[in-house]
Design a protein around this ligand. Structure first.
Ligand SMILES: [Zn+2]
Length: 305
């Protein structure tokens, strides 16, 4: 291969890598620490009695197996189960295994093509943040974006429209420092980012995916645990991070048992395969993980004429 052909090919390979963020982690094999992020979107809207025992079991299981977890809680749910969450807070406030963050007050949509006006969204988030303050003694710094069916398609990123940019600016103003990785061209289930593109390099984007509403509640992939363990193994082989999104009501009301056995099995499998289990706040404190200037592979040998 002559030098010019090599340069051409190297350029082509680089272009392919840039176009395939999903594969980039493979290039970093042996360099990147694989992280597993378990979270519960905590959003139960019905009778508190139907969730009775859940928080106690969660504390017991996550402590016993030392499984760090982030709870993205709706303000409504905290209000609806105030006694339960106050007791939970008393038990876990000083325990770094439990990271308490936000999921809006009314499960409102952020980053959708037809969302509610920004001032309505702001009021919804502010209301939720205030309830967090009342119960947990602090405002949340993280948001997990809610899935909704009445706001139209989910936009490819917060950078997509003027309205979605304004929505992002609004949540940052409220104190948000971590939210789903949500920019055009970014694979939100695989990449940690920062939001420098929108003027906020201090805000982390985190990996998100594998909702149990799909694999456990709707059983879209056959046996739920078998499917998830297969996915953990695949991501491990590719040296990629592994996000898992449980929901309070799915884990308690739709799982095969009330021992959170499926959570334990997924966490244990991840650990055996070399994953480090972390909360979202742990990730935020790991600045190296998300504050890089870009996600490009800077070590790739670039040939110049
Ligand atoms: Zn939700």
């Amino acid at each position: 291969m002559n030098r010019r052909t090599f340069i051409k090919n190297a350029g082509l390979i680089t272009a392919v890598f840039y176009a395939m963020p999903a594969r980039m982690a493979v290039c970093r094999k042996g360099v990147q620490e694989k992280l597993m992020l378990l979270r519960y979107d905590t959003e139960w809207w019905g009778e508190p009695a139907e969730m009775a025992g859940f928080l106690e079991k969660l504390v017991k299981v996550h402590r016993q197996d030392e499984i760090p977890v982030t709870m993205f809680c709706r303000g409504f749910t905290l209000e609806n189960m105030k006694l339960e969450f106050t007791a939970f807070h008393q038990e876990t406030a000083d325990d770094p295994l439990f990271d308490m963050q936000d999921h809006s007050y009314s499960h409102v949509g952020l980053g959708y093509e037809r969302g509610k006006p920004v001032d309505i969204l702001e009021a919804d988030y502010e209301r939720s943040f205030q309830i967090h303050s009342e119960i947990f003694g602090r405002r949340p710094t993280g948001i997990a974006i809610c899935g909704t069916s009445d706001d139209g398609p989910f936009l490819p990123g917060f950078d997509a429209t003027e309205k979605s940019k304004a929505e992002f600016e609004m949540v940052v103003k409220l104190g948000t420092r971590m939210i789903n990785s949500n920019l055009s061209g970014i694979d939100g289930s695989r990449e940690f980012i920062n939001y420098k593109l929108l003027g906020h390099p201090e805000v982390m984007g985190f990996v998100s995916g594998y909702s149990d509403t799909a694999w456990m509640y709707r059983k879209e992939y056959g046996d739920p645990v078998e499917y998830m363990l297969k996915e953990v193994r695949t991501r491990s082989e590719q040296n990629e991070h592994m996000p898992v999104m449980f929901h309070d009501w799915v884990a308690w009301q739709k799982a095969p048992d009330k021992e959170l056995s499926h959570v334990r099995e997924i966490a244990e499998t991840g650990r055996k395969l070399g994953y480090t289990l972390v909360t979202h706040l742990d990730c935020y404190h790991n600045k190296q993980l998300w504050q890089k200037a870009s996600n490009h592979m800077s070590w790739f040998p670039v040939q110049k004429d």
